[in-house]
Write a protein that binds this ligand. Structure first.
Ligand code: HEM
Length: 334
């Protein structure tokens, strides 16, 4: 199967279930329901371009440009359809007959988020939380498959947890998966060596300016300056991660201790941004990713169909990845 596609079916189902209370059903139907994936891939370049160079945002003040670049909610497929679905599903949660549920939407409502705000909030979660997590699954699996000793070691840790009754079935609990240090190191390493978000997402220095410390020196940044960072460069820094920073080696996370480990972790955490604009789905992402790797490796063995063409991967700030053809053996049936 094409792991690139299935990974996004999975993350979309997870995030739509969380954001709207109902999953899209991509995995069950084995298809890109409402052509959502296709449409976001088509829009991605525009979104990243405007996000990276906000000075061009005036372009969307022209109606015809906005119509070409962005959906209105009236389209039958893609993100436009998603807006309509979002309005419909969120609408069900308001009004006199609204069902009361114990979920994230209920919590948003309890905290005073209004219906139209909730529609855009849910949409934002779907856009922010599906591509990103899918890239972690695709890239980390590819690195794992191509590093057999690492693959064996992480699978042994998982099997040992299952044998000793430390892993609930059919899906491991978040608290149990925390107890698997090598699996955690593998995921950290996968996210480091192939960050999901490469787009610079600049932040603007406030009008009065700000003084920051760079390499031990205090530096004044004038108001209005755009500050951003190069994710690929930062996550491959040899002074932070070691001389072999370009290699996939999860052991680095277990060998480093104290201050050094803290510095590595803080740097790697930049994958989610930092401060007031950081990723709001970070905890959910960790829970989802920890569980998915455990369950994939507990149940199946993976091999690349054609090692000369492992996948198609294109970066425009976020990744467009496809054709990651893998052969799968059902371990539980052996
Ligand atoms: C491994 C997976 C993920 C990565 C690497 C990731 C990374 C990021 C990054 C870099 C940002 C931008 C931060 C900034 O502006 O500086 C962001 C924003 C955001 N993410 Fe994530 N994300 C992931 C998964 C998720 C998930 C699963 C959700 C939803 C449950 C989510 C929801 C959001 C939201 C709502 C924002 C916008 C925050 C704001 O502008 O205030 N993300 N994410």
């Amino acid at each position: 199967m094409d792991l690139a596609r299935k990974a996004q079916f999975f993350t979309l189902d997870v995030i739509t279930k969380i954001a709207f209370g109902e999953a899209f059903g991509d995995l069950e139907h084995d298809e890109d329901m409402y052509n959502y994936i296709q449409s976001t891939e088509e829009m991605l370049d525009v979104i990243i371009f405007l996000g990276t160079i906000p000075a061009f945002n005036w372009l969307i003040s022209f109606d015809w440009v906005a119509k070409m670049a962005f959906p209105s909610g009236e389209e039958a497929t893609g993100v436009g359809r998603l807006i309509a679905i979002s309005q419909q599903l969120i609408g069900k949660r308001f009004g006199p007959k609204a069902a009361l549920r114990q979920d994230m939407i209920e919590s948003f409502i309890r905290h005073g988020v209004k219906e139209d705000e909730l529609v855009s909030e849910s949409l934002l979660q779907v856009l922010a939380g599906s591509d990103t997590s899918a890239t972690v699954i695709r890239a980390t699996m590819l690195y794992l498959i191509s590093h057999p000793s690492t693959y064996r070691k992480v699978q042994e840790e998982i099997d040992a947890a299952v044998r000793s009754g430390r892993a609930s079935s059919p899906v491991i609990r978040a608290s149990e998966v925390q107890e698997l240090p090598y699996l955690h190191a593998v995921i950290r390493e996968g996210m480091r060596i192939h960050p999901s978000v490469i787009g610079t997402i600049p932040k603007v220095v406030p009008p009065e300016g700000d003084t920051v410390e760079i390499d031990g020196k205090r530096v004044f940044l004038p108001g209005g300056t755009n500050v951003a960072y190069n994710a690929w460069g930062v996550h491959h820094r040899k002074d932070v991660f070691g001389e072999d920073a370009d290699a996939f080696r999860p052991e680095r996370w277990l060998e480093a201790k104290g201050e050094k480990l803290g510095y590595m972790e803080k740097t790697a955490d930049l994958a989610f941004g930092w401060g007031k604009y950081q990723c709001l789905g970070k905890n959910i992402a960790w829970m989802e990713i920890n569980k998915v790797f455990f369950e994939l490796l507990r149940s199946f063995d993976f091999a690349i169909v054609d090692p000369t063409k492992p996948w198609k991967s294109e970066c425009s700030g976020l990744w467009k990845q496809s054709e990651e053809w893998v052969e799968i053996t059902d371990r539980l049936a052996l």
